[in-house]
Design a protein around this ligand. Structure first.
Ligand code: HEC
Ligand code: HEC
Ligand code: HEC
Ligand code: HEC
Ligand code: HEC
Length: 221
């Protein structure tokens, strides 16, 4: 019978197998790293905008309320971005010649809305509603972070399913009284039992049960 395998082939086979296993592990590690990386999650993304609008300036320093510009946020699924008319309530008097604001003036003159680039964008198969959250004690800050400190709007949270579920499993400690929903950096008075406050707020808002809030059909039709 002719010899098919040379002596030592066994060792070679094992070496090849070991190498393949190592490669596989390396691949999984790289893939997992990629999934958690800012590149995939888009954390820190700051798309170029037609006008370098600063929340730090307008919210942090001038103290404007979110609802002044994001007018849809308590009534609809969408917060919406402001129309140029809203900017011009001030900028028809202030910084009227600023080059930076030329796109806003042109937009108003031509009746063409500015093309603000999206910072956050969920896939279409996910259901989400702003009014469903902010009218029930969930603050802007829980999902968008301290926009009042941002010279340019930046993505702060992944908004992946895990992020939503982390809160849906135990929303109490994240809820705020109605007056604090739009506030940045709010904290309850020193000495407040946060869990007890959370329970009171859940009762007040009639927050649905954890079972309901983690049901797939809540977010996926
Ligand atoms: C003077 C108007 C104005 C006020 C007040 C304002 N915003 Fe904005 N906001 C804008 C504009 C213009 C954009 C679009 C450009 C950008 O992304 O920076 C925007 C974008 C955003 C985005 C990113 C939207 C996206 O594309 O995903 C978030 C989040 C946001 N605002 C939250 C807030 C919160 C929270 C407040 C209140 C604390 C607030 N804004 C107050 C004008 C305003
Ligand atoms: C309530 C009044 C008010 C509204 C509404 C407003 N701004 Fe302003 N904005 C100001 C003031 C005041 C300054 C100047 C601040 C300074 O000189 O320190 C300013 C400055 C700016 C600047 C240049 C300075 C900087 O660093 O931000 C830009 C760009 C700007 N605004 C864009 C916008 C846009 C776009 C909108 C509409 C989405 C808007 N503003 C709405 C009051 C307003
Ligand atoms: C529970 C989390 C959550 C809260 C609370 C929240 N947002 Fe959002 N926001 C999102 C998500 C998710 C998106 C992306 C929606 C999409 O892609 O359909 C978004 C998008 C936006 C946008 C882009 C335009 C739009 O309507 O999609 C703006 C502006 C915005 N949010 C402002 C606000 C403001 C202002 C508040 C508070 C008054 C707020 N958000 C509260 C999660 C939240
Ligand atoms: C910080 C807490 C928090 C985060 C983060 C959060 N939610 Fe919620 N969500 C709630 C609470 C509390 C309710 C119940 C509101 C009520 O009392 O009806 C809710 C309700 C909902 C509802 C049902 C209400 C409606 O409008 O139909 C949907 C859908 C939903 N969330 C989707 C999402 C998605 C998608 C995300 C992630 C992008 C998310 N949520 C992130 C706290 C949160
Ligand atoms: C609170 C809202 C919420 C609930 C409840 C929820 N999901 Fe999701 N789901 C999301 C969001 C947001 C995404 C989008 C993540 C992204 O941007 O990649 C998502 C994405 C997915 C995806 C796409 C793959 C992925 O992981 O990105 C699958 C599959 C999925 N969900 C299945 C489920 C199943 C099964 C359940 C019930 C056990 C469930 N979801 C419950 C919010 C939710």
């Amino acid at each position: 019978m002719p010899q098919i395998f040379r002596p030592g082939a066994n060792a070679l086979t094992w070496m090849v197998l070991a190498l393949a296993a190592l490669l596989l592990v390396a691949l999984v590690v790289v893939a997992a790293g990629y999934y958690r990386s800012p590149y995939y999650s888009q954390i820190g993304d700051r798309p170029a905008q037609p006008v370098p609008f600063s929340h730090k300036h307008h919210v942090g320093e001038l103290g404007l309320d979110c609802r002044y510009c994001h007018t849809g946020v308590t009534q609809s699924d969408f917060a919406g971005v402001p129309e140029s008319e809203i900017c011009m309530t001030c900028h028809s008097q202030l910084w009227t010649d600023a080059e930076m604001l030329a796109p806003v003036r042109d937009s108003l003159r031509d009746g063409e809305p500015l093309h603000w680039q999206r910072v956050h964008d969920l896939p279409d198969y996910v259901r989400f509603s702003h009014s469903g959250h902010v009218n029930h004690g969930v603050p802007c800050e829980a999902c968008h972070g301290r926009v009042d400190r941002e010279p340019l709007t930046t993505k702060r949270e992944t908004l992946f399913m895990q992020f939503c579920l982390d809160c849906h499993r135990n929303p109490g400690p994240r809820l705020r009284p109605p007056r604090a929903v739009f506030e940045m950096g709010w904290a309850p008075e020193a000495g407040t039992d946060r869990d007890a406050l959370g329970d009171r707020l859940m009762a007040r808002y009639h927050t649905p049960s954890t079972d309901r809030l983690t049901d797939c059909s809540l977010c996926h039709q």
